[in-house]
Ligand binder design. Structure first.
Ligand code: MTE
Ligand code: MO
Length: 411
């Protein structure tokens, strides 16, 4: 609890920090920094600005200013398994986002199909509920969408719409138990403080089934990597749904409603659905397909120390390093290939920092003679699911997890 009171102390200062962020969030100060970065997206154009104009954020790839879509520059992932808060990616759907949160007035409501409606202050929460910590990857459903061919509409992300953090907060179950869920509850719906730009557009809300909401892993976080959440990552509270895509990780969480009927709101029922097919994949143009809400993540791996196009020494040992995650479970192994997938060998895994987090892997390889090579890495998760060798396709550009090639020249 000592740690919690320190957090509460820093939280009470947020009002000023939030106010300082006002200008940057509405971008009266232009974000047009000098630096550009080239993202190798097949649909192009690949050039993006690097911005430092957002509050509590270091250099980020600017995908969109309003609402903010900021991508993590990929080299950040080589530095360790935890993604620093100031370079953690940012994604919002609606542009009306509070820029100033008064922590003394903030409250979280639990209502609906419960015995007792709760309205809790941050103080009530920090002092009244046991704290838990879980490392977990937060990944946008559309991470890597820019690599989809044929191209699909949406944020044209490269691979940086993901991050791994140590989340500290309390179990959603403990909160729901405090309110007392009534028999017959089927789902729990979550809403943040952001609002649509026009009055009758649907509020951003997401729902989870009641058993999932009460599984003891789903949590409400008030800290990320030991610090309060950056404003644009959901200060002061956000939902964390380990193993599930980030669309469910509702930010600036202020309202929790227990439902006795399945949620029919747009963001749960219509948006963020995937084809109910293997790898959520269909043929471009195919329409006769059942759609279901996106849910669990799938395994991925990325080389982080060798960018595509790099020259490496022929007939000499080179270090290959990267990060992997299992999706909805841990990483069992990460294999690599230097012969376009004809043969695979195991890499060495770094320590596991929670099964839902990133795990580092490393190996040494030797390219026998000068020429062009492709390096591949493939994660197999602890449920025995491996990354596929051909890309999936769906019209929303969701759930890419193909084995990613890194082209190198040995000389
Ligand atoms: N309140 C609120 N929460 C939200 C969203 C949003 O638009 N509003 N977007 C969701 C989506 S789709 C993603 S990918 C993640 C992004 O989390 P981050 O910005 O902290 O990286 O937030 C989720 N939570
Ligand atoms: Mo997302």
């Amino acid at each position: 609890m000592a740690e919690n009171s320190a957090l509460l102390h820093t939280m009470t200062r947020r009002r000023l920090l939030g106010a300082a962020g006002t200008a940057a969030l509405t971008l009266t100060k232009p974000a047009w920094a000098q630096t550009m970065i080239d993202l190798p997206l097949p649909g192009g154009p690949g050039a993006r600005q690097i911005t430092t104009a957002f509050p509590q954020k270091g250099p980020m790839i600017l995908q969109r200013t309003r609402p903010p879509l900021l991508e993590t520059p990929f080299e950040v992932f080589d530095k360790g398994v935890f993604t620093p808060n100031d370079q953690f990616y940012v994604r919002w759907h609606w542009a009306v986002i509070p820029t100033d949160i008064d922590v003394a007035k903030f409250s979280l409501t639990v209502r609906g199909h419960v015995n007792q409606t709760l309205t809790l202050s941050l103080n009530d929460i920090l002092k009244g509920l046991p704290s838990v910590e879980i490392p977990a990857v937060n990944q946008c459903s559309g991470n890597s969408r820019g690599f989809f061919e044929p191209r699909v509409p949406g944020g044209e992300w490269a691979n940086g719409a993901m991050g791994n953090a140590r989340w500290t907060g309390f179990r959603l179950r403990d909160l729901l138990d405090k309110a007392g869920v009534k028999p017959g509850a089927v789902q729990v719906r979550f809403k943040g403080l952001d609002e649509p730009v026009v009055a009758d557009a649907p509020q951003f809300m997401k729902s989870l089934d009641i058993d999932h909401a009460r599984d003891g892993e789903v949590m409400v976080a008030y800290a990320m990597n030991g610090e309060q959440l950056p404003l644009v990552n959901g200060f002061p509270l956000r939902l964390v749904v380990p193993g599930w895509y980030a669309t469910y990780w509702v930010k600036m969480l202020a309202d929790i409603e227990v439902l006795d009927q399945p949620d029919t709101n747009y963001w749960t029922k219509v948006a963020y659905t995937i084809p109910d097919t293997p790898h959520a994949s269909i043929e471009p143009g195919q329409t006769d397909v059942k759609m279901i809400p996106i849910n669990r993540m799938v395994p991925r791996s990325f080389v982080t120390n060798i960018p595509s196009g790099q020259k490496v020494k022929a007939a000499a040992q080179t270090t290959l390093r990267g990060i992997a995650f299992g999706g909805d479970c841990g990483v069992a192994s990460v294999d690599y290939s230097i012969d376009r997938g004809k043969s695979w060998r195991q890499t060495q895994l770094g320590e596991e920092q929670g099964k839902y987090g990133f795990r580092q892997f490393e190996t040494r390889f030797t390219l026998p003679s000068p020429g062009a090579y492709t390096l591949l890495t493939r994660c197999t998760n602890s449920n025995g699911v491996a990354q596929p060798e051909t890309p999936n396709w769906n019209p929303a550009g969701f759930m890419r997890n193909v084995v990613e090639p890194v082209d190198v020249i040995a000389a």
